[in-house]
Structure formats: C-alpha cells, structure tokens
Design a protein around this ligand. Structure first.
Ligand code: MG
Length: 171
C-alpha cells in the first residue's frame, strides 16, 4: 500500500496548507545558553519551572539562516507558517520581538501554557487541533529526534534540523 502524496497548495495564499516549525535549536541557535538546559545539566532544579531560566535567555539567540530562508520561501508561496514550541508562555513577548527583529514570517505561534507540562505531546496535540479546524499540515521542521518521531507517527513528514550541539545530548 502506498502513502498518498501530500496535498500541496490546493488553495494558494489561503494559508490553509501549513508548514509547522519548532523554535529552539530549529529556528533559533541556542548554543550560547546550552549550559542552562536541564537535560545537559541534571543538577539544575527539577520541576515545572526547570526550563524557565533556559527559556528566558532566548533573546540572545542567533537565527538559523537556513530555516529562516525556508520559512520565508514557504510563506511567500502562500503556505501558513505555524511556530510550535515548548518554550513557556512567559517568554511570548521576547519571542515575538525576536521574530520581528529578524523579519521571520509566521501566521500563528503556540507556546507551552502554564498548565501544560514539558513533553512531546504538545506538538502532536497542536497537529490535531489545526486538523480539526480544517488546516492541512504538510511539513514540520524540528531538531529533536524523539519529537520528530512523534510528529511522523502523527502522519506529518519532518525535515530534521541538526542543531550542531557537539556534546552528544539529543535535546
Ligand atoms: Mg527544538
């Protein structure tokens, strides 16, 4: 049995065909704040706020030029661009400022809300939500292999970005 080809731009410019993109280490180079990552430094305080210090340093990120270029091309072609990230909602404003500063186009942004735990389900849940609203997710850009696998299992092809950490940690 063959998998049907994705339906591409059946409604050009409507932005109903959607390219989704992770932010940290996919769109934004996070290597300068890597030492704050709880998966890298297990001595950092565990719990629901473990990722907040890491996230709050996001204003100093450098855009990953290849991903920015791809998103600009998809947006110019008429695709919707949805940014979906486990960044906590408390850094929404610096994130939006950073996106504007670097002229990164997007139609929607979804960060992790206060009541949500950090897990791989956020992106898969978001896919279900946009599908229920009639959008057609055609591609997901993601750096973390486990997240990429979960997204592929949900039926969306993943273009996996290599964040070039150089320390052997996957995420
Ligand atoms: Mg990431």
């Amino acid at each position: 049995m063959t998998t049907p080809a994705p339906r591409l731009l059946t409604a050009p410019g409507s932005r109903m065909e959607v390219v989704l993109c992770d932010i940290d280490s996919t769109l934004a180079d996070t290597r300068h704040r890597r030492h704050l990552c709880p998966t890298v430094d297990p001595t950092r305080e565990p719990g629901p706020y473990a990722w907040d210090t890491y996230a709050m340093a996001c204003g100093g990120d450098t855009p990953i030029a290849g991903t920015v270029t791809a998103l600009r091309m998809f947006y110019a072609a008429g695709y919707g661009v949805h940014l979906v990230s486990n960044r906590p909602h408390l850094v929404l404003q610096p994130t939006v400022t950073w996106l504007a500063q670097h002229r990164i186009p997007y139609s929607n942004i979804r960060l992790r809300q206060g009541e949500e735990t950090f897990d791989s389900d956020l992106k898969v849940r978001y896919l279900g939500l946009v599908r229920a609203r009639g959008y057609h997710p055609v591609l997901f850009l993601e750096d973390w292999p486990a997240e990429a696998a979960a997204i592929e299992a949900a039926g969306v092809p993943v273009l996996c970005v290599n964040p070039r950490y150089g320390d052997g940690h996957p995420g």
